[in-house]
Design a protein around this ligand. Sequence first.
Ligand code: DON
Length: 584
Amino acid sequence: MKSWTNLKRAALTLAIAFSLTGTLSLRPSGTFHAAAASRDPVRARRGLVASTSQISSQVGVDVMKRGGNAVDAAIAVAFALAVTYPAAGNLGGGGFMMIRMRNGNTVAIDYREMAPSAAHRNVYLDKDGNLLKGEGSSTVGYRASGVPGTVAGMELALNRYGSGKFTWSQLLEPARRLAAEGFPMGHILASSLRGNDYLSKYPDTRRIFLRNGNFYSDGEVFRQPELAATFARLQRFGPKEFYQGQTARLIVNDMKRHDGLITMEDMRAYVAKERDPLRGSYRGYEIVSMPPPSSGGAVLLEMLNILEGFDVAKHDWASSDRHHLTVEAMRRAFADRAEYMGDADFVKVPVAGLIDKGYADHLRKTIRPDRASTSEEVSAGRPTGYESEETTHFTVVDAQGNAVANTYTLNDSFGSGVVAKDTGIVLNNEMDDFAAKPGTPNLYGLIQGERNAVAPRKRPLSAMTPTFVLRKDGSLWFTVGTPGGPTIINTVLQVITNVIDYKMNIQQAIDAPRIHHQWLPDEVVWEPYGLAGDTQQALTSRRHKLATKPRYMGDAQGIMIEEKTGIRLGATDPRRSDGLAVGY
Ligand code: DON
């Protein structure tokens, strides 16, 4: 049904584009940049939620219709996604919530996981100093989890920025009900669970998600009674229950039984933090994004600063020239990410220097128009960190103009693979975002820097980049974010330049094919159908190295405010088709 609607909308969009613009070939190349979108943005007068789950978007809209603000709605959406999108939505993970109140006050809530106190620099090495693999490593099983931050983050957001019209318990209720009564499992979730070997290793995970091999099919009702009971405890006893009550004890007891790292003391010590967002600008538009422990805001601003000095829009969007400049900006900013970034509460991160326009001028001069740099010449050759598989972003704007951009994650799809016994909670494997062995390739063949080494209570470096872009009068223009590990920052970059340089609407900007370069490995990742054969050739002849196989990246969600009408325009990523913006 939905794909048919999408198809019709896409056809309509194309038809409108043609009828408004006349004959395409009359436009001189390089000035006409309109792209067909998979659909028109969803339009709403008052409040709107764009998330990767239509059911969860609706939960947020219901809260706003009953008088809640964007923050109330975001909290309800975050809990609902823990039920409807369990690969990434979570209670057992962490993330970042950027909040912009209608008066312009903007804050970043950091509820990133913290390393347990038993974690230390070499915790993922064997006695010979080699990286551990499998159980015991930073990627799977009980020892891979950091102390979850989501519950504390939502509590902080509600206490500081909620409307006061909704209680904690009311905002958890839609999630509890979805878990208790179930919801029809969508195609994406059902198919991702089939043949998912690593989930079958843990008994509770196998029983809940794989039904011990009797896999769920599309549309079958999926209930999660233990998770519903956990929500009910959190409703009854409040957020502290998660960190000090029965839920904490259940998680910690399971940790003890399986040689995990997290203790009751670690749970009690978890703190979510309010931080000042990073601010920069691109062609006069203010960009407000996530500070450390995310690398997202700094790397994004560094890339935008580099690109700002080029007349990007004079190059046709699909040209090798545009791709060349974009890749070279990515290469340089990601080299800095690897060298300089980590949890700024623990190590010195020269953020101001990295996002300085003068520094970007210097970097821009090292970019040759005629050929690619090699990553060796851009730095001493220390590749950046690896992040993988599953995260989710959602975005909310309410009738008053308050806005939330939230990206949160378990890291990999279904995190560590572990569901803590009797809780229904999937635990993260965020510890793999640390450099498990600085200076040496990790399990994925990549290297991370010393500033991001493991230490007790430290937060692993992230790439999550929830971002606001403001109009020149200081009002909110659009907001965007996405999953995708290191590709996150580059997806946000490209959505921003698609809108600002190529005048795309928010849906077109999200739909448009993306590229990714992260310094090392020295290759340009591209999407299927994203680079024409002759563009590939032009890039290769400039000595860019293209990934041998294309692959899709990201699942961006965005909202733009229409300038003249104030209408909210919601866009979800066609790359994962369960998402839908819902508004009223
Ligand atoms: O915080 C980070 O940067 C990663 N843990 C995010 C992982 C991710 O986006 C996976 N999603 N596809």
